[in-house]
Design a protein around this ligand. Structure first.
Ligand code: FAD
Ligand code: UDP
Length: 397
């Protein structure tokens, strides 16, 4: 099979945000790309579709949140964002708590009413549980969590969720994972601290469709096409490649497998106007096999046909037959990744590795977009202060 029939400038492996943005920005600069994608659709894990007037996120809830003004302006060129703020409820064995950890959670857990009362309670629990911590940094997720919010919240809202999500003990996980969640001493249930937040009205897929239609024919996409089914041909036919798949797979796992965590999603359409009264409910005990339940109509409040769609998210072990959703950025994997990054630099000067899997980083969408734009800056010698958000291609139509 011949791929580079149109003298493409780039082969892009993966039609997720990283690959799509690179192709779009390359098209702005007159460069032609072929994107190959092993799934039947574009948009990677941000893919959404609409059913019963409800926008469903096929690979888990995707809420856009960032402090990066350029990235925020960039995505808003392609869609109108609603003002959705994620306000997650935790269900621990039938009792409900507000997330992230804030004055509401502390009141629900302990009846404390002032910041000082809550801080005293946390300090008391921290001292009792982590006697030897002293001035040293927490060594793992459990120590980090207890030092931030004490043992009660750790036991009820973190331990069970974390251990089923990651498939290992919280003492064997890196501390940074729990620092994704805010801890606040005000009454504020916003799951993120970022200034700019929302979800594109109509979903994410349209953003990437628009990039293709605005590219003046310079982007072609082959879906249902796996790079590894044609690796040698593709490597020999294309002068420059952007690769957003798993970096260890690219190198045939020669330094060993990196670890990933996988997920399984189970969705249901219900003849029920309002199933759970909130967009996301987390099940934080160890026994419930899923971590969270999303009810999609609550992400935009638009649908009203008497039906609702819910999705349960089940964590599962990763193996080579499953999708790699999360990198596990612990010490061991970080060392292995460094070996792959080194061999990539040394032997693959015509290939750029990017995105969550190519860089093996727990990137959110805004970080991936920022990384993609920086990669474009390097590739095209664009000055650091150039603002991509003010540079949209005018559509032909
Ligand atoms: P991806 O979106 O993973 O795209 C990579 C693409 O490459 C995929 O389509 C894949 O099929 C394709 N591919 C891989 N290997 C091959 C191959 N061999 N051949 C051909 N194609 C290949 N971020 C947020 O900002 N907010 C959120 O609320 C949020 N929620 C999330 C919830 C879940 C459950 C998950 C898993 C992620 C979430 N994210 C969230 C992160 C977000 O999904 C990623 O930041 C983003 O999708 C990364 O973009 P990417 O292009 O690097 O990778
Ligand atoms: N977490 C938890 N309890 C919760 C929600 C999150 O212990 O109710 C922990 C868990 O370890 C999780 C991490 O916080 O992996 C980060 O949560 P986030 O919601 O950012 O995870 P993601 O949306 O990326 O899966």
């Amino acid at each position: 099979m011949e791929f580079n029939t149109k003298n493409y400038d780039y082969l892009i492996v993966g039609a997720g945000p990283f690959g799509m943005i690179f192709a779009y920005e390359a098209a702005k600069r007159g460069k032609r790309s072929l994107i190959i994608e092993k799934r039947p659709h574009i948009a990677g894990n941000t893919y959404t579709h609409t059913e019963h007037g409800i926008t469903v996120h096929d690979f888990g809830a995707h809420i856009f949140h960032t402090d990066n003004k350029e990235v925020w302006d960039y995505v808003r060129q392609f869609a109108t964002f609603n003002g959705f703020q994620n306000q997650v409820i935790a269900n621990y064995k039938g009792s409900l708590y507000n997330l992230p950890f804030n004055m509401n959670t502390f009141y629900e857990m302990w009846g404390t009413k002032t910041p000082q009362e809550a801080k005293d309670k946390i300090e008391e629990q921290k001292q009792a549980a982590l006697k030897d911590l002293g001035d040293r940094q927490p060594r793992n997720l459990e120590e980090q969590a207890i030092s931030l919010i004490g043992t009660d919240i750790y036991e009820k809202l973190i331990k069970g969720y974390t251990e089923k999500q990651w498939g290992r003990k919280a003492t064997e996980l890196p501390a940074f994972i729990i620092k994704r969640l805010p801890v606040r001493f005000i009454y504020d249930n916003n799951y993120f601290n970022h200034r700019y937040q929302g979800i594109p009205v109509g979903g994410y897929t349209q953003i990437f469709e628009q990039m293709v239609s605005d590219s003046n024919g310079l982007i072609d996409i082959l879906t249902d096409t796996d790079f590894f089914d044609h690796k040698e041909t593709l490597l020999s036919e294309f002068p420059r490649i952007i690769y957003t798949g798993m970096i260890d797979q690219f190198f045939d796992y020669q330094y060993g497998e990196l670890e990933y965590r996988s997920l399984r999603f189970e969705s249901e359409v219900l003849d029920n106007d309002n199933y759970q009264g909130n967009a996301v409910i987390n099940y934080t005990d160890a026994q419930t096999p899923y971590t969270r339940v999303m009810e999609w109509k609550h992400f935009d409040g638009l649908a009203d046909d008497g039906k609702t769609i819910i999705t349960r998210e089940y964590p599962q072990d990763w193996d080579r037959t499953k999708e790699a959703y999360y990198p596990v950025n612990d010490e061991r994997n970080t060392q292995i990744y460094k070996q792959y990054a080194k061999i990539a630099r040394q032997t693959q000067s015509n290939i750029l590795f990017g995105g969550r899997l190519g860089k093996y980083r727990y990137f959110d969408m805004d970080q991936v977009i920022n990384d993609a734009l920086n990669t474009v800056r390097q590739e095209f010698n664009i000055p650091q202060d150039f603002n991509f958000a003010h540079d949209k291609i005018e559509s032909n139509q």
